[in-house]
Write a protein that binds this ligand. Structure first.
Ligand SMILES: [Zn+2]
Length: 565
């Protein structure tokens, strides 16, 4: 769930983003339009797009399905109605995204030998797959090694591997970052190590598998814990359907043969068989002295694949900038259109409608596009609206765009991403995922102030949301990216309301068939958030300089290098 903004300051001249009174702008500069004079966003339209896209007829919008066809048609037709140009240089609204879809199934169960012989139950205890584009993949009597958090982070003087040879072995690894206590207050996490409670990329499951591949491991099994992962095991089990990947030249053979997860109970059992205690090992893993622990056990597991390749589609449209020079520079709005399609029934419902995630974000992007076509004068730079595919499969559509961009990234000022909107009413604040990353936050702060609202850092930074939606692929390539989320101070609601509603959504509806439009939705807050995103994008589009990453940000060097070329 998220949203995104950007904005430029009052002082177009000085290029400062504060609220300092500025000298009158030069004649060429566009006077800043106050937010209150910008085109309004309509809650009824937001809701209507959301309803349409999440209707059962869209079949949960799975890549490659009839639901994709319907979704692509809907988006193309909406972009056309808004008078937007085809976003692809071939004159179409489509960027093809070649994907391989792999449906894995257990061929041989996970059997652990060495101290007796133990079989782990598929789906209940172990969820696994292979990224190899091959009919089968297996680990066979592969040595099991507990590698703690499986992290190598020179900037934190951290190395969980200590040179251990993991070739052909199977790592058992904890999810999230090493949870290092603050030396002066053991009840808190050390802010200087892995950002305290905020999750860094080292904590993401994708990192664990990437690191396993770099080490030449044959297998990687992540121990699932609901808190540190940020979602329950049921979400992991949801991975057992068809999974997509971009098609790489090596057919993903450089990945570990088997990637997967163990339920916490299964992991505890496994470690116990090896004569270890989970909590004790986990504790060791929070220190720099940690060394990989050979478990003295061997694992075997085989999966078989059913595969197909498809061209899925990003849907893309462009509003041409009004300035003859600046129109060759871009602001890119993104929202993923895909969800999980038709899957395992829950309470008799098998359609994963994805109303909030992310029919609502696409709806918001369509309304941002409408507002952007209405604002007078039109934005100087061009605005690109990109509805990406396969976010739920690992941010694949946005990865494809970011690696194969239609508009040069060096001329792309910003990405503003929306993944889920606020359906619980107005807030006094707005959350910025990764607050402080770039100048875009300053634009947002100024615009929010015009709504008498404030910015707030991610209250759940430990869940790593910064790495969990499409803006991350732009950031990874160096483009400043803005990704916001609901505020937490709901007007007229008790303080615990936000957390209550959020937990309710995470536990009941997140990636479940019950993510549907609910009768109690109140989009008044979403309207304000959406108007904010429009203002930010518009102001960046008219700004006299590019927004930058803040000093010390992990993506800044990449951007500087790109701009220099
Ligand atoms: Zn989403």
């Amino acid at each position: 769930m998220k949203l995104t903004p950007i904005l430029i300051a009052a002082a177009l001249v000085a290029g400062c983003s504060g609220s300092t009174p500025a000298p009158p702008p030069p004649a060429a500069a566009t006077p800043k339009i106050p937010l209150s004079s910008m085109p309004r966003v309509d809650a009824a339209r937001l809701l209507e797009h959301t309803r349409q896209l999440s209707a059962d007829e869209f079949e949960g919008r799975f890549p490659g399905s009839a639901g994709e066809e319907r979704t692509v048609q809907y988006l193309t037709s909406e972009f056309q109605k808004l008078g937007l140009q085809p976003g692809n240089t071939d004159g179409s609204y489509i960027q093809k995204v070649p994907l391989v879809g792999i449906t894995g199934a257990e061929a041989k169960p996970l059997v652990v030998t060495g101290k007796g012989r133990t079989t782990f139950k598929w789906r209940d205890e172990v969820v696994a797959w292979t990224k190899h584009v091959a009919d089968t993949a297996a680990i066979e009597d592969s040595d099991l090694v507990f590698v703690g958090y499986g992290v190598v982070a020179p900037e934190y003087q951290w190395d969980d591997f200590k040179g251990a040879d993991l070739k052909g072995k199977t790592i058992v690894v904890l999810v999230n970052d090493p949870q290092v206590a603050d030396p002066s207050d053991a009840s808190k996490l050390d802010a200087r190590t892995f950002n305290g409670p905020a999750m860094t990329y080292y904590g993401r499951w994708t990192y664990k598998f990437e690191e396993a591949a770099r080490r030449g491991a044959a297998g990687a099994l992540i121990i699932h814990e609901t808190g540190p992962a940020g979602y329950p095991f049921a979400v992991v089990q949801g991975n057992l359907g068809e999974k997509f990947d971009l098609v790489t030249p090596d057919k993903n053979m450089s990945r570990a043969s088997i990637e997967g997860w163990l339920s916490l109970d299964a992991a505890k059992r496994l470690l116990k068989i090896a004569g270890h205690d989970f909590d004790a090992l986990k504790k060791q893993a929070t220190t720099r002295d940690f060394k990989p622990v050979e478990l003295g056990l061997k694992a075997s597991l085989a999966v078989k694949n059913v595969m197909r390749t498809i061209d899925s589609r990003n849907v893309i449209a462009r509003l041409d900038g009004s300035d003859p020079q600046l129109k060759n520079e871009y602001i890119v709005y993104t929202a993923h259109w895909d969800h999980f399609g038709i899957g395992v029934p829950v309470n008799g419902d098998k359609i994963y409608n994805g109303a909030l995630d992310n029919a609502s974000g696409v709806a918001a992007m369509l309304e941002m596009a409408r507002a952007m076509t209405q604002v007078k004068p039109g934005p100087k730079r061009s605005i690109v609206f990109l509805a990406v595919t396969a976010e739920e499969q690992g941010l694949l559509g946005s990865q494809y765009y970011a690696v194969t961009p239609i508009y040069p990234l060096a001329k792309t000022l910003a990405n503003i991403n929306v993944d889920g909107i606020n359906q619980w009413g107005r807030t006094k604040d707005i959350t910025v995922i990764g607050l402080g990353a770039s100048d875009l936050d300053d634009y947002l702060r100024d615009a929010a102030a015009e709504q008498s609202r404030t910015l707030r850092p991610d209250p759940e930074a430990e869940k790593g949301f910064y790495y969990r939606s499409d803006h991350f692929n732009f950031a990874k390539q160096g483009v400043p990216a803005l990704y916001t989320d609901n505020g937490v101070e709901f007007i007229g609601k008790p303080a615990e309301y936000a957390k209550q509603k959020r937990d309710e959504y995470t536990n009941r509806d997140y990636h479940a068939p019950s993510d549907e439009v609910k009768p109690d939705w109140d989009l008044a807050g979403a309207v304000e958030d959406t108007e904010l995103m429009v203002a930010v994008g518009y102001r960046v589009a008219n700004a006299d300089k590019f927004p930058e990453w803040k000093p010390g940000n992990e993506f800044r060097a990449k951007r500087e290098e790109m701009i220099k070329k």
